[in-house]
Design a protein around this ligand. Structure first.
Ligand SMILES: Cc1cc2nc3c(=O)[nH]c(=O)nc-3n(C[C@H](O)[C@H](O)[C@H](O)COP(=O)(O)O)c2cc1C
Length: 158
């Protein structure tokens, strides 16, 4: 299986660590949006999109890239994020955008990431050390689940 991960990780490299954990399992190429043309995605069986959550949203560079993609024609994708709050609901808008574009969203992963934004820095930040082994272990498990789904040709509608 050929897989690609498109990642933007600007605060502490938290989301890049998750991308690397998933990428180890899936043997993925890991790229930033600016390193890719939309047409490049067609060469992959599975494509992941991830970033930190900034002001409640995925990074604008990642969203802008997804917005430039033409119809997904059922291509298999997944979404992941890290954030201060670690809420799965933050992933929904990107999942929805991908579905609207005709991609098959196989799954979604999120976890907490070290956050020193704004006033948090005064207190040493929150989630120090995250994602750590526990979160990265969950990311690898998620990746194994994706690998099985792709092998079976299935789609998770949950
Ligand atoms: C400018 C900025 C805004 C942020 N806004 C949010 C937010 O709205 N909700 C949240 O849970 N975390 C927020 N965070 C925390 C980041 O999502 C978190 O630290 C994430 O793990 C950063 O990922 P990265 O290191 O890959 O960039 C924000 C961080 C920054 C720097």
């Amino acid at each position: 299986m050929k897989s690609l991960i498109v990642v933007v990780s600007v605060h502490h490299g938290n989301t890049r660590r998750v991308a690397q954990a998933i990428g180890e399992v899936l043997e993925s190429q890991i790229r930033e949006p600016e390193e890719l043309a939309p047409e490049d995605l067609a060469a992959f069986d599975l494509v992941g999109f991830g970033s930190g959550i900034y002001f409640g949203k995925f990074h604008e560079r990642l969203v802008a890239f997804v917005e430039r993609l033409s119809c997904g024609q059922g291509q298999k994708v997944f979404v992941f994020s890290t954030s201060g709050l670690g809420r799965a609901s933050a992933n929904r808008p990107l999942e929805e955008l991908l579905r609207q574009k005709g991609f098959a969203v196989l799954g979604s992963f999120t976890c907490k990431g070290y956050d020193t934004f704004g006033v948090l820095r005064v207190f040493g930040g929150i989630n120090r050390g995250k994602p750590g082994e526990k979160e990265l272990g969950k990311a690898r498990k998620f990746a194994r689940f994706l690998r099985i789904l792709v092998a079976e040709g299935g789609e998770n509608h949950a």
